[in-house]
Write a protein that binds this ligand. Structure first.
Ligand SMILES: [Zn+2]
Length: 428
């Protein structure tokens, strides 16, 4: 074999080993396997420990240096040529829901492992160091808040608050971390990440329906929650003629019909949902005196979300005034939209195109570790399809070829960001 010393580094031809990635996913899926083919590895249980031990062992075998922070977040580092540069990081979580699947989270971590394995095999050195991270308790099923490890890393709440969280049996995160041997000594957060990439199953139906292999995630939808209270006049259903009624339900129904059209001018990223509805006194022969319902508005752009909120206010005023009925609007919670880093999103898109993988831009409506990390580091996500769009379910499934395609995009996006060093330079 001859080594072409003067050739440019042929990193374009690099590919992950899809069958090795699949084998790792299936090996991890044996830990906490459920009868219906899913996974149960609740955060910080014995099963979570076994999963952590297994994956950390693989990362160690790949020559990575493992460090654990006080919240049990695991960072596996592959040195670069200049280790003063902030690392290019990828990862996700390996805890699951009680009846969770084999891919949610696990895919992002093991795709990162596969990237490191390929770089080692090809003896590729990068300018910046690279890391694979396993975030603690993303699912939030056993301990609240969800996305605990990444949220604390991003400063959304203190590590102390997270460590003090308790499950239904009164057992704390701090105690469980110590018990399973993952209470590290590294501080939580407070260091710069050069970039963060997360590969994840879509958890929705779009990619599969459109027969695409990769979703280039441009950001996460902002969310605005309201409660609406419509107050009319309770009266007997029999003696009160229709024209004398102040029926709260009649107004609420007309109002909801209009509210549900509110996202139409803001397709494809606008979302509006009225998911909760309560009628008082909820009695067959009483004209409803009061109706409470919820409104959930989402959009990717802050200005559009504000426009949607404004429209909601107008609709409430108009319907209230027209019917002579009081309509009150209460703000419940607002999470601003989180656009990902345009440069990294563009890099993911360009890598996907260079690999000739069918793709589209999309946004995430669900929470991910990447959403928190995007507040403290340039971030991008790569989605791959999952069968029937189903997740948080034991029958969650994904196709090996789609997982491989997403991992190849991750490989090239990370490599370009960490900057491969030509072999001629490496020898010096
Ligand atoms: Zn996940």
């Amino acid at each position: 074999m001859t080594i072409a010393i003067n050739q440019p580094l042929a990193t374009d031809a690099l590919r992950v080993d899809g069958s090795r990635l699949w084998a790792s996913l299936m090996d991890l899926a044996r830990v906490g396997a459920t009868p219906k083919g899913g996974n149960c590895r609740l955060a910080l249980t014995d099963e979570d420990r076994q999963g952590r031990d297994l994956v950390a062992g693989w990362l160690r075998d790949t020559g990575l240096d493992i460090r654990v922070d006080r919240l049990g977040n695991i960072f596996a580092r592959r040195p670069g040529r200049n280790n003063d540069l902030p690392p290019v990081v990828t990862g996700s979580h390996i805890d699951t829901q009680p009846t969770g699947g084999r891919f949610d989270g696990n895919y992002g971590v093991l795709a990162g492992l596969e990237v490191m394995r390929v770089l080692n095999e090809q003896s590729i050195t990068t300018e910046a160091p690279m890391e694979v991270v396993i975030w603690t308790n993303e699912e939030g099923s056993r301990f609240v808040p969800v996305m605990m490890g990444s949220g604390a890393f991003a400063g959304m709440f203190t590590p102390e608050a997270a460590l003090a969280a308790r499950d239904h049996d009164g057992i704390s995160v701090a105690d469980e971390l110590t018990r399973i041997g993952y209470a590290g000594d590294m501080p939580v957060g407070g260091r710069t990440l050069g970039a963060y990439f997360e590969a994840h199953i879509e958890q929705g139906p779009v990619l599969e329906k459109e027969q695409l292999q990769v979703g280039v995630v441009t950001g996460s939808l902002g969310l605005s929650w309201f409660d609406v209270v419509v107050t009319g006049q309770e009266a007997h259903a029999g003696p009160t003629p229709m024209e004398y009624r102040r029926d709260a339900l009649q107004t609420a129904c007309a109002l909801v019909s209009d509210i549900l059209t509110l996202a139409e001018p803001h397709a494809p990223h606008g979302r509006v949902t009225c998911g909760e509805f309560r009628v008082f006194p909820n009695s067959r022969n009483v004209i409803p005196g009061r109706v409470n319902f919820s409104v959930d508005l989402r959009h990717l752009e802050p200005a559009v979300l504000t426009t949607m909120e404004q429209r909601l206010r107008e609709l409430c005023d108009t319907h209230g005034n027209n019917a002579g009925i009081e309509v009150e609007l209460f703000e419940v919670q607002r999470i601003p939209p989180t656009p990902f880093a345009p440069k990294l999103v563009e890099r993911v898109r360009a890598c996907t195109e260079a690999l000739a993988i069918p793709h589209r831009d999309m946004v995430t409506g669900a929470g991910h570790d990447a959403v928190y990390i995007s507040r403290v580091a340039p971030t991008a996500m790569i989605f791959v399809p999952c069968v029937d769009g189903i997740s948080h379910n034991e029958c969650e499934d994904a196709k090996p070829e789609d997982l491989e395609a997403g991992a190849n995009v991750l490989l090239h996006a990370m490599l370009q960001t960490a900057e491969p060093i030509p072999p001629t330079d490496q020898a010096q």
